[in-house]
Design a binder for this molecule. Sequence first.
Ligand SMILES: O=P(O)(O)OC[C@H]1O[C@H](O[C@H]2O[C@H](CO)[C@@H](O)[C@H](O)[C@H]2O)[C@H](O)[C@@H](O)[C@@H]1O
Length: 543
Amino acid sequence: MTQKNWRKSVVYQIYPKSFYSPEGNATGSIKGVTAKLDYLAELGIEYIWMTPVYKSPQNDNGYDVSDYYAIDPSYGTMDDLDELVREAEARGIGLMMDIVVNHSSTEHEWFQKSLAGDERYRDYYIWRDEPTNWESKFGGNAWKYDEKSGQYYLHLFDVTQADLNWENPQMREDVYEMMRFWREKGIKGFRLDVINLISKQQDFPEDDSDGRKFYTDGPRIHEFLKEMNREVFEGHDVITVGEMSSTTLDHCVRYSNPDEKELSMTFSFHHLKVDYPNGEKFVAAPFDFLQLKDIMSTWQEGMHGKGWNAIFWCNHDQPRVVSRFGNDTDHRVESAKMLATVLHGLQGTPYIYQGEEIGMTNPGFDSLDEYRDIETLNIYKLKREQGMSHEDMMAAIKQKSRDNSRTPMQWDATPHAGFTSGTPWINVAPNYTDVNVETALDDPNSVFYHYKNLISLRKELDVLTDGDYTLLTPDALDVWAYTRKTDEEEVLVVANFYGPETTYEIPEGFTRADVVSHNYDVPKLDGTTLSLRAYEAIMFYKK
Ligand SMILES: O=P(O)(O)OC[C@H]1O[C@H](O[C@H]2O[C@H](CO)[C@@H](O)[C@H](O)[C@H]2O)[C@H](O)[C@@H](O)[C@@H]1O
């Protein structure tokens, strides 16, 4: 696939644990992904990003890798992976692997040798005589004491996810060698987990906050990524996306500017914190629409001509977007299509998270027993100890838990949504009898076909790839309207983010005949006055 092509491509994210189990197991498998490739080809996506399937104790669902060269038996075998690569390639789909090298599992051989004081491996992790007050992103202090050596190791995530020491050149070379191994297997892309956290400030100071300023976009990050590019990517047909935790626009321009030779594109998360009052995730709260438009517009303008955004509403760490920024009760279909239109009109590479293309919703679990995620369970315990009530905490979890997106993919209306004939590892969302792939494929007006149209428009209309972005409605409390322009072409996207009907004066020159995507039958357009019904979204295109 050429450089030109990937900028017109759409990536589909698969969380294999919840995708499909043809074997009838509690968890999905690699064979389950292969079995559904025709469905993905029908949608029109060109890459699959598959979250980690390496050997792992699964404390953080595979983001705690204990062997980077082996497939976890719960997912199948290396032969299954090779088959998936081949079968995907036969359908014009490239497989992207998830590389988790900010940390490894404490069960990894490297950490076990480090723990034992092995001369080579001790320094593969970050050991200190004294801890700092840095906080783990999953709650509690980020350092764990080891009695044997009398030292502390750093874990920015779970205590079983020890941070690797990127200052050690031999460790870095081992990581690059592992990545080359996957590249040689025919992997067409790498998604790099929290990659902007790998370079820590080496004096490890105390903080007046949680410590993130001392390791986010850290002192040697660009040097490390340039080295990784030289050692693994350069001259090869692979695309790369860095997951950038709490990053800045300036850093993302550098990470993804082709001249810098670091990465193809970056994920940033600021637009998904517009429902975190005072930066607090675990509080139930409505989202701030003005802030959402402002943040996404800032990133559209700031990256244009300089870097490249990975654009997304959902992933395996986020609630379902139709429940979050749409309306998953009275207007599920309209609002799912509206959100798709707004995102797929933007510049960047769109990522669709499994089930988003059929408008899957948060499951609405009320009981803590139904949640599985390590972050959710850790934070519940911590916040309760700090005095938050069970009711407030459950309201927050119901809205924010990462498990909202991890319920099984809804394939059909049979028991467990056709995900497995066994008992799934996490409950299926109760609405699976209505919201499922089979129903969506049978309905020409479904959310699925709306996504399919948007994916094919990206391939057809160069302006969606190249055009600049202008926000037309910064202050409107309900409408998001923007244009994308090149010298030859122009796109106008207008969306009502709420239920009540509203009006918007569109720029001169667009007519009903220019509509290329719409979630209602006929636009209510009178001259330049557009009346927008609940969650109505229209994309106009003219040359
Ligand atoms: O919210 P941010 O600070 O901007 O960070 C972005 C996400 O980072 C983490 O996600 C990834 O790393 C975790 C550890 O490997 C893993 O559990 C997760 O599944 C990865 O996607 C964090 O856990 C997320 O909540 C943040 O959204």
